[in-house]
Design a protein around this ligand. Structure first.
Ligand code: FES
Ligand code: ZN
Ligand code: ZN
Length: 298
C-alpha cells in the first residue's frame, strides 16, 4: 500500500476516502480535517481563548495537541471524577501530554467540591453517566467563565457524533438533534460557545494519529460506561460501514445540511435565571449541579 501523495509506504488506508497516506501526509491530512471543520462551522477565531476538556483519552489529548499546534490560545482542563485507579491513571496521561506541550492543565476535583458521582447517582436513582454529565457541564461552564475563556472544545469524533445522531433519530428527539450541532453558540457570559473540532475524523483515524504522534493515553473506558447504548449504536454503525464504506460520514455530515430544520428553540426551556447558590446560568432558582450537591449535604 502506497501513499497517494508521494508513493512512499502508507501507514494508513481509509476506505471511506478511498485513499492511503504515509506518516507525513497523514499528519497533513489530519490537520487539514480539523482546520476544515473549524472553518466550515465557524468554530474558532484566533482571538478566542479555548478551554480544551481533557479526560486522558486519545480524542481529547489529540485535540489539545492539534489546537495548540494550530496556534489557538488553549488551556486544558482535567476533571478528577474520583474513580480510584482509573482517575489516577487518566490524570497521569494528561500530565504527560502537558509536559510535552509545556502547558499547565487546570485540574478540577469533584471531591474537593464536595461532590461524589456514585453517591449522587444512588440518591437520585440515575445512572452514574447522567449525573457525571451534569457535573462535567457545570465544570466546563464555570471554569471557562472563571478563566475568561470564550470557547469550550471537546474531543467528540465522527463515531461519537454518528452514534448519538442514530440514537436521537431512532427516537425522533428533535430538540436533541438541534443540540447536536458541532457548534453551540454562547447563551450568556456564563455559558461559553461549545465546539467539536474532531467531527470529521473517525475514532480509528484519531487513534492512528495519537499513535504516530507518541501521545500516551488511557486505553480503558470509564468503568461506568459499560452497557451504554452509545456502544450498541457504534457497533451497528461499524457493521454498516464495513459493508458500505462512507456511510457513517454521509450519515453525520449529511445531517449538517438538514440542521437548520431543527431549532434550538424547540428545546423545552424556561427563562434563563441565575443560580442562587453559585451564580451560574440556570432555568430554575438553583442550577442542576447545585441541586445534586445539596442532596448530598448532611
Ligand atoms: Fe462520566 Fe463515565 S465518564 S460516568
Ligand atoms: Zn506521502
Ligand atoms: Zn448553581
Amino acid at each position: 500500500m502506497r501513499c497517494r501523495m508521494c508513493k512512499e509506504r502508507a501507514v494508513i488506508s481509509m476506505r471511506r476516502h478511498n485513499t492511503a497516506f504515509c506518516r507525513l501526509h497523514y499528519r497533513e491530512f489530519f490537520f487539514r480535517q480539523v482546520s476544515r471543520a473549524i472553518q466550515e462551522f465557524g468554530m474558532l477565531n484566533p482571538q478566542e481563548g479555548v478551554l480544551v476538556c481533557v479526560s486522558g483519552g486519545k480524542d481529547s489529548l489529540v485535540l489539545w495537541k492539534v489546537l495548540h499546534e494550530l496556534g489557538y490560545k488553549t488551556r486544558a482542563m482535567y476533571i478528577d471524577l474520583g474513580f480510584g485507579e482509573y482517575s489516577l491513571l487518566s490524570k497521569q496521561k494528561v500530565f504527560n501530554t502537558a509536559k510535552k506541550l509545556s502547558q499547565e492543565p487546570i485540574v478540577v476535583s469533584l471531591k474537593d467540591m464536595g461532590f461524589d458521582i456514585l453517591a449522587s447517582a444512588k440518591a437520585k436513582h440515575r445512572p452514574a453517566c447522567s449525573v457525571c454529565g451534569t457535573a462535567k457541564r457545570y465544570c466546563f461552564n464555570r471554569t471557562a467563565f472563571e478563566e475568561g475563556l470564550q470557547v469550550v472544545a471537546t474531543g467528540h469524533n465522527l463515531d461519537d457524533e454518528a452514534s448519538r445522531l442514530l440514537g436521537n433519530v431512532l427516537r425522533w428527539q428533535t430538540h436533541y438533534l438541534a443540540k447536536q450541532s458541532p457548534v453551540l453558540p454562547s447563551e450568556s457570559e456564563h455559558t461559553p460557545k461549545k465546539v467539536k473540532p474532531l467531527v470529521k475524523l473517525t475514532e480509528r483515524e484519531v487513534a492512528v494519529f495519537a499513535f504516530l504522534e507518541g501521545i500516551d493515553y488511557i486505553l480503558e473506558e470509564c468503568p461506568y460506561a459499560k452497557g451504554a447504548t452509545s456502544i450498541t449504536y457504534k457497533l451497528l454503525l461499524a457493521q454498516l460501514e464495513e459493508k458500505m464504506p462512507g456511510t457513517k460520514h454521509a450519515f453525520y455530515l449529511g445531517f449538517q445540511e438538514h440542521l437548520s430544520k431543527f431549532s434550538l428553540a424547540e428545546a423545552p426551556k424556561g427563562e434563563l435565571k441565575t443560580c442562587k447558590v453559585c451564580g451560574q446560568d440556570s432555568f430554575e432558582e438553583t442550577c442542576g449541579f447545585c441541586r445534586l450537591l445539596g442532596q448530598l449535604s448532611p
